[in-house]
Design a protein around this ligand. Structure first.
Ligand code: URA
Length: 267
């Protein structure tokens, strides 16, 4: 039995469409227990043991509940190395009532400094992508799988990919954000975000994008990370990301103009 009282699912592959992915050992749907607490205790790596957020997610406005969760997340020391190295926890930003949520991989140096996800170069591109959807950052919600910047050796710049342990340790926070906000669509930005949400993938992000996955009942659209588009300015790659965003807009019943439909088809 897992912590949700369901049969243990270790290492089992679930299938979404034709795509196999490993839903590691957590409750397949988000449930609230009798006391109104999100029952997302997660059996995670030996590093972390069990995480139980113990945050009441049923009473108060979504903004209040997110704030409660933010406080809890900000005090997290499950990954002692990250608790030591971070400037601050980067919880998430945007509308607590958002219908659309973007999930990236982890804060970089800029995000660690400013306490807000996607504020560096990749973030500026994400903001433009959101604007192309005729939305603003304030209308959507933006978060990362990992809430702390992955630590780097002293006197080095750049970023490293979060480890599996780190991502598994942090996932309950993201799932709790999703449970409170209740978005209708999640866009997962890049292979690492997909890995953080669903476990390691055999299918590359180039084949996962263009499809729908599902997290706790919420449709998830994987797409390339904005930093990939910064490295690869090819129009066809921009178009692929744009088509994923159009698919998200369609799912949300957002208006789409003819002009928007034609973005990135020709230079
Ligand atoms: N900044 C973020 O907040 N997340 C990413 O994945 C990349 C940059």
């Amino acid at each position: 039995m897992n912590l949700c009282g369901q049969p243990q699912n270790r290492g089992v592959n679930n299938f979404v469409g034709t795509l196999a992915f490993n839903r590691f050992e957590y409750c397949p749907s988000t449930t609230l227990n009798k006391a109104g607490y999100l029952d997302n205790s997660l059996r995670i790596s030996p590093l972390n043991g069990y995480v139980n957020l113990n945050v009441n997610l049923t009473s108060g406005s979504k903004a209040d509940r997110l704030e409660e969760l933010r406080k809890k997340t900000s005090a997290c020391t499950i990954c002692p190395h990250l608790a030591k190295s971070r400037t601050q926890v980067v919880f998430g930003v945007g509308n607590p009532e958002a219908k659309l949520m973007f999930v990236g991989e982890a804060p970089g140096a800029d995000e660690d400094e400013q306490g807000e996800p996607f504020v560096g170069r990749a973030g500026q591109l994400l903001t433009k992508m959101i604007a192309a959807m005729e939305l603003t950052r304030a209308q959507v919600y933006i978060a990362n799988v990992l809430k702390c910047r992955p630590d780097m050796p002293p006197n080095t710049s750049g970023n490293r990919k979060p480890t599996r342990d780190e991502m598994e340790a942090c996932l309950p926070y993201l799932r709790a954000q999703v449970a409170v906000i209740g978005p209708q669509v999640i866009v997962a930005l890049g292979a690492t975000a997909v890995e953080g949400l669903f476990g390691p993938q055999k299918t590359p992000i180039s084949r996962l994008r263009g499809t729908w996955l599902e997290l706790d009942g919420v449709p998830v659209r994987p797409t390339f990370h904005p930093s990939y588009l910064l490295r690869n300015q090819n129009l066809t790659e921009k178009r692929k990301v744009w088509e994923d965003l159009l698919a998200a807009m369609e799912r949300l019943n957002l208006p789409i103009s003819e002009k928007q439909r034609g973005f990135f088809l020709k230079a």
